[in-house]
Design a binder for this molecule. Structure first.
Ligand code: LLP
Length: 442
């Protein structure tokens, strides 16, 4: 019998993780040490079964409570053609925020009528590209959007369905860099000062725009459900006010995304079912209280859909022991492929892919190879004594790692492999030195 995975780590690992006959960590039936050898490290591995399971969990938890629900994936967490195709198969829509994300979705053949275009400063060219590609909805963030999109849609001979993003002035108690629902935010228009109302009127005056709903998003990695109740109440009260005053027909309502992901064994977020229950009951109560018809619900999870499925693999290199201070163990990646620890102080687990069940012998700090002291991945990780050349796995790396990766120190962005049923398919190759210079013209 092969050993079992440490039950404390189970929730942060891809769904199909197990310890195989070789004693190695395997995902999707593929030995991670073999994958590291075949594709090199750093390497990002995605468990297709996990991606599909999360998509289905989200759809069933919301639709069982609110049948008219669209789950749209926030592509900013990570997007590529393979992922876009998989999500399309699973009946998931997309939240896109740039011409680039629209282009990737379009190249994947993603049904763009299921896509919502967000952003606080959408460029005229991006709006043109999105409208011409047949984007389903544009989420209007400000009055400039109304004017520019109005012109773009008119020129394309389209009536563009839009939602208006309001800032509800609710604090989601998350990291300051990823909170968005407070009044002092660059996103959306507040109900306060009559700014959101002004936008409703501006949209209604624009013949090429059709206001189909209201949107709000209070932040990311939210572990409490109360802020959702509070934000939904503000947004629905506003919608009811606009219905009475200006005839707004609330056909869609979106409370955004922000569902928490488990990164650490000791920090479990509420399960998807708890968010679904909170959000749908808040919308139900709000509609009843404010006399609104029941809209289609649009939820925008990013991190929770892809985070657990993705695992980063590194190779252990140099080691430095500072007695009584710290032991540094360096790997061949770091802030260029995962800037989250440096940027938000984010914490991760780490485990040896070669000896996932080996006893934890020491506390070390896993650092990257880049020229910056802030370049670390895991502070004070409890691990077996890692050997040079050993493959180290960092779980819960599917969201906002690759998407925020850079070429710092002229490093090569890592390859991506999707695994399922014992097969690994390379969906993005490692960059080459030539890629670093591909856009230089002199
Ligand atoms: N909807 C809107 C309008 C958003 O702005 C975001 C995230 C989402 C949905 C999805 O949020 P999620 O479900 O993934 O929490 N780079 C940061 C996260 C930035 C999130 C930006 N907006 C990080 O690594 O934590």
């Amino acid at each position: 019998m092969s050993p079992e995975i440490d039950p404390g780590l189970r929730p942060v690992l891809p769904l199909t993780s197990r310890i195989n006959e070789a004693g190695h960590l395997a995902v999707g039936g593929c030995d991670l040490v073999d994958l590291a050898r075949e594709f090199g490290t750093p390497l990002y591995v995605f468990d297709e079964a996990d991606l599909r399971a999360r998509a289905r969990e989200l759809l069933s938890e919301f639709r069982s409570r609110w049948p008219e629900t669209s789950v749209i994936y926030a592509a900013k967490a990570y997007i590529g053609r393979a992922l876009a195709r998989l999500l399309a198969e699973e009946d998931i829509g997309l939240d896109v925020v740039s011409g680039g994300e629209v282009a990737i979705a379009a190249a994947a053949g993603f049904p763009l009528e299921r896509a919502y275009f967000h952003g606080n400063n959408k460029l005229p060219a991006e709006l043109r590209e999105a409208v011409n590609a047949g984007i389903g909805r544009v989420v209007v963030d400000n009055l400039t959007d109304v004017r520019v999109l109005g012109e773009v849609a008119a020129a394309a001979g389209r009536t563009q369905p839009v939602l208006l993003r309001v800032t509800p002035d609710v604090d989601a108690h998350t990291h300051a860099k990823i909170t968005t629902g407070v009044l002092d935010s660059k996103f959306g228009l507040p109900v306060a000062f009559g700014l959101a109302e002004e936008a409703v009127l501006a949209i209604q005056r624009t013949a090429s725009l059709d206001l189909v709903g209201i949107h709000c998003h209070i932040g990311s990695q939210i572990f409490e459900v109360e802020p959702y109740y509070a934000a939904i109440e503000v947004a629905l009260e506003f919608a009811a006010d606009m219905m009475r005053k200006h005839g707004l027909d609330l056909r869609e309502f979106s409370p955004g995304g922000g569902l928490g992901l488990q990164y650490l064994r000791e920090e479990p977020p509420p399960p998807v079912s708890v968010y679904a229950e909170a959000i749908t009951s808040a919308v139900r109560d709000g509609c009843r209280r404010f006399g609104l018809p029941r809209p289609r619900l649009v939820v925008e999870p990013g991190r929770v859909l892809v985070g657990r499925a993705g695992m980063a693999l590194y190779t252990v290199g140099s080691r430095k022991e500072l007695p009584e201070v710290r032991t540094y163990v360096a790997v061949d990646g770091g802030m260029a492929d995962n800037i989250r620890p440096a940027m938000y102080g984010s914490r991760y687990e780490a485990l040896s892919a070669e000896r996932p069940d080996a006893p934890q012998e020491e506390t070390v700090t896993i650092v990257g190879k880049y020229c910056e002291s802030g370049d670390y991945l895991v502070k004070d990780a409890r691990l077996p004594r890692l050997r040079e050349g050993e493959v180290l796995a960092v779980p819960a790396s599917g969201a906002y790692c690759l998407a925020m990766a850079s070429n710092y120190n002229a490093s090569l962005r890592p390859p991506i492999v999707f695994v399922a049923d014992g097969k690994a398919r390379l969906v993005r190759r490692r960059e080459k030195y030539a890629d670093l210079m591909a856009t230089e013209v002199e």
